[in-house]
Ligand binder design. Sequence first.
Ligand SMILES: C[S@@+](CC[C@H](N)C(=O)[O-])C[C@H]1O[C@@H](n2cnc3c(N)ncnc32)[C@H](O)[C@@H]1O
Length: 290
Amino acid sequence: MSKKMQEQTVAEQNREALFRTMRTAFLTAYPKIFTDVRYASDIFFQSVKLAAEYGFSFQTSLFVADMAVEIETRHKALSAAVAAWTDKETLVIELAAGLSPRRAEFAGVNYVEFDHETIVEIKKTIYQKMGFADYASGLYAVDFMDKEAFAKIMQTLGVHNYKRVVVVSEGLFWYLKRSHVQGMVDVLSSALQGVEWLWITADCPTHAEISEAEYRNVIANSSNCSPVEPFADFNDFADFFTQNGFALSAHRLREFVSPDCIYAGKFFSVSAEEVGGRMADYTDIALLKK
Ligand SMILES: C[S@@+](CC[C@H](N)C(=O)[O-])C[C@H]1O[C@@H](n2cnc3c(N)ncnc32)[C@H](O)[C@@H]1O
């Protein structure tokens, strides 16, 4: 194979890998249509109308309605945690926001969102169609594997003008290598030096052995990533952030949301007891403070 053909093959493989990662934004938006999360259905159905235009296609089996209980719980618990730390003088920075409706739920809050360029373009179009042009201007395209690019955007946000910065992420770490999470930690720590800030992430492994958990395999199959990257278990996760100078506290989803409030549980006839068990197995929320 000629050098040019080899380069074309590598470029094609990289493009496919990028699309596999980005399409998880749609796959995570889908289960939320079975929930009472505000704006979730509007955003998902708008995204369906745009997906193919932007080069996305899917096997139907990738859309897993059965994840609705876990995804709704994670979304609501994280939103409750963010709300507890947010007021009019706070800037919320949502990393890998994908097609999440959280920004729209936090109307009136200073809020910016980051994701890959194509997802950002799609979400801007969706916001415009929904009459939320203001939210479109808070969307930033970045690849978190590109430390310099992330650092450059962080410098433009005027973070020192706020009383507090709340960084928030869910469903992100699985798509990154540890070195990339390290890069993000370095960028955030440097850009937010001198500011009161914390990182609230819903990607904190539960204490239990989770590497064989079914949901991890769903993610691994849909995006071609390893179910144990970048953190194999809670201790691994905690050691990493502690070594990076964070004080960490892990919280069960149940501390923020009750199983009775999970609409998908009612819709799919899942008892509150089973919802409670599934939310306990799924993930924890970590508060990471510098
Ligand atoms: C599983 S989705 C979660 C989306 C959203 N947080 C939610 O819970 O609905 C993962 C998101 O991470 C984004 N993502 C993954 N790796 C990324 C990277 N290196 N740079 C920017 N965004 C990334 C994907 O594009 C996708 O939108």
